[in-house]
Design a protein around this ligand. Structure first.
Ligand code: PLP
Length: 401
């Protein structure tokens, strides 16, 4: 498959020899990005409908982020969380402001780390409320919360868990959008209900708004925290800073990662102050979390996402995309369902052709992501316009027909 003797070829050989075999990579090597476009080592151009799995909402190599990183890294890269630095506290303020005050923020480096921190905070709060027995977390079947052990325990996908047992205990999984099962699963030992407002990795399944409203009510009645994993849904992907603002249901804790620093490793847990104050000095920490380079990048990213009104773009272009996908479905008969919110969408095929479509798309310069056998996840940078959607649709027609 690869071009013999090229940089790609050498890299494929190194990967095969030295990397642990956790990824099945596609035979393409990207060397440059610009907005929605990616370029491979052979100079070929691609349109990116994956955005680093939702981690580059501003588009590739956004000048504001590049400038912020270069400026900061040239002055100071790292001193630890034992001292004050520039950008960290401004970033905390910016995230708390997006969440709504009064709230506090913990800065970390990834989605799985944010899940771990949110679980620890919920358990710390549960301990203070009702003692050590109050430590259980209820999450959803088919959910995805990360690969570290507690995040994996929260994840509702047995196929990802089975090889790593025993996982930390205290996690229960319930079907999404089924209130009765959730009501039965929540008891006095439950400290939190953890949900993705739109399940991402599981196949792009949005929560019903009525379900989320009822879950909020249930959590209030039973004095249980509502925690939203907004690693994939957040940062205007669903049109609003957090997806909970789209659904109109405010959680007690929410967390972000992926696109927080537009492709650099960053995460943030935000909680209303009363809950956040369950954490005491020494309860949690991170060597790199909130470091000045990443914090500078994240601040620039948040500013640009707002200035460029990319949330509004996600709403309008997302609607245009779903409309186009539905028309594609009715013309080809190949589509079982189109679903999504903003620019987080899935095309579910009738036949198990998702991986083949993604592979053929790559050959046509379209970077696509398949989930399982039937689902194509469409997650472009939020700078995606109608013209790029038209190119995607034209490519899908060619590939499927
Ligand atoms: C909803 C959600 N939570 C957590 C994670 C884990 O994030 P990371 O890969 O940064 O650890 C992901 C990653 O895809 C995710 O989609």
């Amino acid at each position: 498959m690869t071009r013999m003797g090229t940089l790609l070829d050498q890299t494929v050989a190194l990967d095969a020899e030295f990397h642990m075999r956790t990824y099945g990579r596609k035979p393409v090597m990207f060397v440059r990005g610009d907005g929605m476009r990616l370029f491979d080592d052979d100079g070929r151009e691609y349109l990116d409908f994956v955005s680093g799995i939702g981690a580059v909402n501003l588009g590739h190599s956004h000048p504001a982020v590049v400038e912020a990183v270069c400026e900061q890294i040239g002055r100071l890269t790292h001193v630890s969380n034992l001292f004050y630095v520039e950008h960290r506290d401004e970033l905390a303020r910016d995230v708390a402001t997006l969440f709504g005050s009064p709230s506090r923020v913990f800065l970390c480096n990834s989605g799985a780390e944010a899940t771990e921190g949110a679980i620890k905070l919920a358990r710390r709060w549960g301990l203070a409320q009702r003692g050590a027995a109050c430590h259980r977390i209820v999450s959803a079947e088919r959910s995805f919360h990360g690969r570290t052990l507690a995040a994996l325990a929260a994840t509702g996908q047995p196929s990802k868990q089975e090889a790593f047992e025993p996982l930390p205990s205290g996690f229960t999984h319930v079907p999404l959008n089924d209130l009765a099962t959730l009501e039965a699963a929540v008891d006095e030992r439950t400290c939190a209900v953890l949900l993705e407002p739109v399940q991402g990795e599981g196949g792009v399944y949005p929560c019903d708004p009525e379900y989320l409203t009822a879950v909020r009510r249930l959590c209030d009645e039973r004095d249980v925290l509502l925690v939203f994993d907004e690693v994939q849904t957040g940062l205007w992907r669903c049109g609003t800073p957090f997806a909970w603002q789209h659904f109109g249901v405010r959680p007690d804790i929410a967390y972000l990662a992926k696109s927080l620093a537009n492709g650099l490793p960053a995460g943030a847990i935000v909680a209303r102050t009363e809950v956040a104050d369950a954490f005491r000095p020494g309860d949690h920490g991170s060597t790199f979390g909130g470091g000045p380079v990443i914090a500078a990048a994240a601040r620039a990213c948040l500013r640009a996402l707002q200035e460029e009104r990319l949330g509004d773009n996600a709403v309008t272009v997302g609607e245009y995309l779903r409309e186009g996908l539905r028309t594609f479905g009715s013309r080809t008969g190949a589509v079982a369902e189109v679903r999504g919110v903003g620019l987080m969408n899935a095309l579910e095929f009738v036949e198990p052709i998702a991986a083949d479509v993604a592979a053929a798309g790559l050959g046509k310069g379209l970077v696509l992501n398949s989930i399982g056998t039937h689902i194509l996840r469409i997650l472009p940078p939020l700078v995606c316009g109608r013209a790029e959607v038209d190119t995607l649709l034209a490519g899908l027609y060619e590939v499927v027909q």
